[in-house]
Design a protein around this ligand. Sequence first.
Ligand code: ADP
Ligand code: MG
Length: 701
Amino acid sequence: MYTATLDAPIEFLKGVGASRADLLKKELGISTYGDMLTFYPFRYIDRTRFYKINELNPDLPLVQLVGRITGKETIGEKHKKRIVAKFTDETGTIELVWFQSLKWVDDNVQRGKVYIAFGKPTLFNNTFSISHPDLENYPRPATVTGNLTLQPIYNSTEKLKKRFLDSKGIQKLQRLLIETHLREVPETLPAYILEKYRLAGRREALLNIHFPDNPSALQHAERRLKFEELFFIQLMLLNSKQVRTLKFKGVLFNSVGARVNTFYKDILPFALTNAQKRVIKEIRMDTQRGIQMNRLVQGDVGSGKTVVALMSMLLSNDNGYQACMMAPTEILARQHYASLVELLGDQLVKVDILTGSTPKKKREALHAGLEDGSIDILVGTHALIEDKVKFKNLGLVVIDEQHRFGVEQRAKLWRKNTIPPHILVMTATPIPRTLAMTVYGDLDVSMIDELPVGRKPIVTKHLFEGQRMRMFGFMKEEISKGRQVYIVYPLIKESEKLDLLHLEAGIEQMRYQFPLPDFQISIVHGQMPNVDKQFEMQRFIKGESQIMVATTVIEVGVNVPNASVMVIENAERFGLSQLHQLRGRVGRGAEQSFCILMSGQKLSKEGKLRLDTMVKTTNGFEISEIDLQLRGPGDLAGTQQSGVLDLKLADLVKDQVILQEARNMVKDIFEEDPMLELPRNSLLSAFLRRKNQGISFDKIS
Ligand code: ADP
Ligand code: MG
């Protein structure tokens, strides 16, 4: 992005030198002039505001005062030696104190002179003082980089501070860089884009992000730099999508055949929701274009994603191709398999299952069946990705619960067929639109934004430990109506032993409350052998047990329509999206369902907000927005691996409008100029070539 000078090692900037350059690199990742220029302040202090001494209070952060030095003396001995000056305005007097650089202070701070003093006031013995204040002559002289109205504050570290690279020291380097090298900074955005969105030029923006003259200049600069950041991410994402589209052919699903029709007309026990119909239509369109489909289907828990997946797989079968469906856990894979077999019977297609615990003999038969094409649909876990698993002609891969699968794994699946199979990713983790656009920017997104009719919204209650008996009473009532109940305990690595103890104590208490033989309790947690888990799950699914005590292994996908109560223990310890997932395990049948959040009396502010949110809404998207605000995007499922969220300025929550603008712009550009051949887009094609994002169109055509 930079001319040779801006690529210059920071070491050569006046006042830096080799050893500080080393530190800058280690501590802040700054190695060149250009890196430094894009190391932005993290906040600003308003230096247009002057305080009077009688306005000071100990809670104020940094303040600036105008006053005269009315006294100055050196007191104390040795390491306690310090200079204390009296600083006076028309409303009072405070002390300015220095413990270091005493000689310099003694020589330069003059009694009787008026200064601007800047620093953090502290109250001691009824007198305010500021230690190591910033002193400037009054009035301030104008400089190239403007009058300091908003003072930039930079992040620094202890090590850097020791080498005088505190915020102030960094500010000095920035000022020097701007004064000497700003004119070499090249524009990165084409002029027509700047014009269209009324964006500041890059130089102006860099000047004003470091040394803004006023708040509106700062805002203008921020907008430009945020736009740029988001724009180039979108450019890369949509470009790789474009390249993929041009480079890879897609399996053709030309026709709807007997299997889809039979299933739809004779088997499907309910009418599809409009949202389901719409998404199936989108998939139909995608798969008859001769281009590989990469589609993400988002739908809240219980919105009916499985049927959509199933019909897509049948479509693949109808066109002579196999399909597979990957689930993140063995339990889920089995559940999917069981429900597919139950729905389809054994006439229509041949469905089979492959997981880590499939015995060797069965495995061999499976491999053979996949290679000769006698298996139409394969359900499974990660085991599906193994290289040994070969298909005769794989046309579609459904991935349930995307966030557990990395991009690399997706790519592995592509290679299972000469023409890469279509990919359909299903996720019930509602991702806020902004995040979807960024993290999954290279996928097309479908939304199932409607629940099947007749679903009653789940009633959620928050109870404190003291109300536990009420909870048990309620459970008994529901069970006596023939319903089933989940009780979920947190189990996290750091406190695993203690958590298991809680779980066991909980079960003890339950056995006392719900004595056998009237009540059967199933127990499932991550520490159990797989076979035991399966056994206990099956008991609950078949209705042989009424209560399922579990850790979060049941988080995703488990479908027992007769279960109508979800009790979550220590609910304050779960994240919002996890709570939402867990709650989604109930409310799947015709009965009114309930979710009871149990918590201790003492709650953190955030913990309370999470529980209140759960009580207030059942809308997954609303919940995910709040989750995003609470945790930031870094924590959200799927974002860690993506590497696209390395944003310096833009905030995916606050800057949604800019993100949308940037994305729209990129879309328009590719629509009009798919190869970026127009002269006006030359900056963009140059950017992509540098990023080596596989824009090598010559190879494609
Ligand atoms: P999820 O989107 O969470 O994976 P599922 O596909 O498991 O949801 O569907 C949840 C339940 O709703 C299942 O029991 C399924 O049979 C049922 N279901 C799905 N679609 C409909 C519909 N259109 N009408 C009625 N019930 C439906
Ligand atoms: Mg599901």
